[in-house]
Design a binder for this molecule. Structure first.
Ligand SMILES: O=C(O)CCC(=O)C(=O)O
Ligand SMILES: [Fe+2]
Length: 660
């Protein structure tokens, strides 16, 4: 086995796990003679400090550790040398111990120890001091719940005071210190390499009322730059983890505690999104299961537990990863899921979705608002609905689907999500996407009342248009999205625009992860929009094949548009959605929930039968439709439409019916 002291570059990367941000502090600002204007001070003001929580009378209980002796010339050299010698001896003895443990683990897995040694291994020590707390010990934690981003952690409980707890069957189990033994913690890398046979354990540290506690954690980590993958001697064994770079899981912890919003995120800064996942079959304790999965997933997706805050520059925004948490609500409905009419226009039951999720006040996400609000509603039949509202700045639909998949996976016992999340993808170009224009312009528009209802375009129609297109376009294929959008655009144009010469605009919102080469696991925003402009006459009276072709063509131009003009920066003025929005009732915005993974979220081994978005959105300014909402067993493509005013509903439905 190769045992290496960490190289200095390794050391700085790993040790930056616990670093703080290099920002100027107030004293620094004061001494440099710069004037402390209220503007300068603004960024240091924390709105969330609750002064009522300060217990002045207990201030003398804070222990003072005098590390000054190390700087005292009389003792410094001698003390430092002793300290260094002890640490070096301890460290090299521990390396031997970990070597033996790894060899034994390899034996139990029936694999060649060399396969594990190859990844081996740097060591880092951390000394933990947990002072006692007389009054509120039970309300404090020495360490929040986490799993170790290591191969193995060897823990020395120096003064044998209890405090460490591990999570088992959803309960915390105190670990009794054994003065004769080191405690061995399995870390995330060993879980991956053993293909889940050794589980990385979630643990936390509580605080003692009377006794201080001192521990030394020795983290054994793989060398940076390598890859890590499951190793097994059983050829038919199902591989549960993907092969990944050693750095990948580290992205979890190494990202600094602030994340600047990318140009893709910014257009959505205050905009909420809501989706509903409907699970028909009962599972054991749905609320507890999802809550457990959520809290574990947030360890990996920690930016979601943060808050939006003003960034450094003018108008910049960032996510402060301050772990302030998310909202979780549970609710029960006293009817069976089948009896509930979710979006049925005729039944007048549109209220129900409003009760299935938590929303932001006034439908805007503010700086102090949580980035995610989740509600689980259990129906009398045992079926349940997971309603998720989130600040779109943190994730787009595909990103949220990935997060919810992790919630399901971690609820069912995996300790690491199958996809390692990445929130910052610096390889994504910084471009002002078209959608930002649309968002900005929308803010200036007066909200409108659109009629909201769901509608299903039957498979028979979709299939016949697809088949006809195939014959028409020399064997080219078209997608369900293209067909549904074409039908919708044509019917709506016929119903609402009477002048054949006035424009009819279509705005297609598209996930561009593939075009942009976004990293696997990236869950921030990566969507843009493509505007299609035609005269209303050509849309209303054209052959549906030609409309499908127009949509297809527009979609194919998206990569070019992104490359050539930065997604909108240099668009011809007449093509800017921002400018075109003045025709706003002539514009239809269409987004899709197809193939983004929401229907693959698995909770308790079950997938949702139906995925929905919020129908009635207050302050809706643009006519829009969300199409291709997954609905198992429904023969056709379901959609939520909020694209015509009440006076045009009959005409619009009439056109759709005529089509079918
Ligand atoms: O101090 C302890 O008991 C555990 C510390 C720990 O979990 C860690 O350092 O990662
Ligand atoms: Fe730990």
């Amino acid at each position: 086995m190769k045992m290496e002291a960490p190289s200095s570059s390794d050391e700085s990367r790993w040790s930056s796990v616990a670093s703080s941000l290099p920002v100027r502090n107030v004293q620094d600002l004061a001494t440099c003679g710069e004037e402390l204007t209220s503007e300068t001070l603004q960024r240091y003001i924390r709105m969330d400090i609750q002064n009522g929580d300060v217990l002045v009378e207990q201030s003398s209980e804070v222990p003072v550790i005098d590390l000054g002796r190390l700087f005292d010339p009389q003792f410094a050299q001698q003390e430092a040398a002793r300290l260094r010698k002890s640490i070096e001896d301890y460290s090299s003895e521990l390396m031997k111990v970990s070597h033996s443990i790894v060899t034994l683990i390899a034996k139990t897995l029936n694999i060649d120890p060399k396969l594990m040694e190859d990844k081996y291994m740097s060591q880092f020590l951390r000394m933990n001091f947990y002072p006692p707390c007389k009054t509120m010990a039970e309300k404090l934690l020495g360490f929040s719940p986490h799993s170790d981003g290591t191969f193995l952690t060897l823990l020395l409980e120096v003064n044998s005071v209890e405090g460490l707890q591990i999570k088992r069957h959803n309960a915390w189990i105190p670990v009794k210190p054994n003065p004769q033994a080191l405690l061995v913690n399995v870390g995330d890398y060993l879980e991956i390499m053993s293909n889940g046979k050794y589980k990385s354990i979630e643990h936390r540290v509580t605080i003692n009322t009377n006794q201080e506690r001192i521990t030394v954690s020795a983290f054994h980590v793989p060398l940076l730059g390598g890859v890590i993958s499951p190793v097994t001697d059983i050829p038919e064994e199902k591989i549960l983890y993907k092969t990944m770079g050693v750095e990948e899981p580290l992205e979890l912890e190494m990202t600094t505690s602030n994340i600047d919003l990318s140009s893709f995120d910014k257009g959505f800064a205050t905009m909420p999104a809501t989706c509903f996942l409907m699970f028909e079959h009962p599972i054991d304790e749905p609320v507890e299961t999802i809550k457990r999965g959520l809290s574990r997933a947030l360890v990996h997706y920690y930016p979601i537990a943060g808050r939006l805050a003003p960034g450094d520059g003018n108008g910049e925004l960032r996510i402060e990863c301050n772990g302030e948490g998310v909202v979780f609500m549970e609710a029960t409905a006293d009817c069976a899921m089948k009896e509930a009419k979710f979006f049925d226009r005729s039944s007048g039951a549109m209220m129900l979705p409003d009760d299935l999720a938590v929303y932001y006040p006034d439908n805007r996400c503010g700086f102090t608002d949580p980035l995610l609000l989740m509600q689980v509603t259990v129906f009398s039949c045992g079926g349940f609905v997971v309603g998720v509202t989130w600040n779109h700045a943190i994730a787009d639909g595909a990103g949220m689907a990935q997060f919810l998949q992790a919630v399901g996976e971690l609820a069912s016992g995996l300790s690491v999500p199958s996809i390692i999340p990445i929130r910052c993808d610096n390889s994504l170009p910084s471009i002002p996407p078209v959608i930002a224009y649309a968002q900005q312009s929308m803010m200036g528009l007066a909200p409108r009342n659109f009629a909201c209802f769901d509608y299903t375009i039957p498979s028979s129609l979709i299939n016949s248009i697809k088949a006809e297109f195939h014959d028409h376009a020399n064997g080219q294929l078209c997608t369900v999205f293209e067909v549904v959008t074409a039908v919708l655009w044509q019917c709506r144009t016929r119903a609402v625009i009477s002048d054949p010469m006035s424009p009819s605009l279509l705005f297609i919102v598209a996930n561009v992860r593939k075009h942009m080469g976004a990293k696997e696991g990236y869950y921030g925003n990566c969507v843009t929009g493509k505007l299609v402009i035609a005269t209303s006459g050509s849309v209303a009276n054209g052959h549906v094949m030609d409309i499908v072709k127009m949509i297809k063509c527009a979609k194919e131009q998206i990569p070019e548009q992104l490359k050539e003009n930065g997604g909108g920066d240099n668009l011809q003025a007449r093509e800017r959605p921002g400018d075109m929005l003045r025709y706003n009732y002539n514009l239809l915005s269409v987004s899709s929930m197809r193939n983004i993974g929401l229907d693959e979220v698995e909770v308790g081994g079950r997938r949702p039968v139906r995925v929905m978005c919020r129908a009635r959105v207050p302050h809706m300014t643009l006519p829009s439709c969300v199409v291709c909402l997954p609905w198992k067993g429904k023969d056709g493509s379901n959609m939520v439409t909020r694209c015509v005013r009440e006076e045009h509903v009959d005409a619009f439905l009439g056109e759709l019916a005529r089509f079918i």
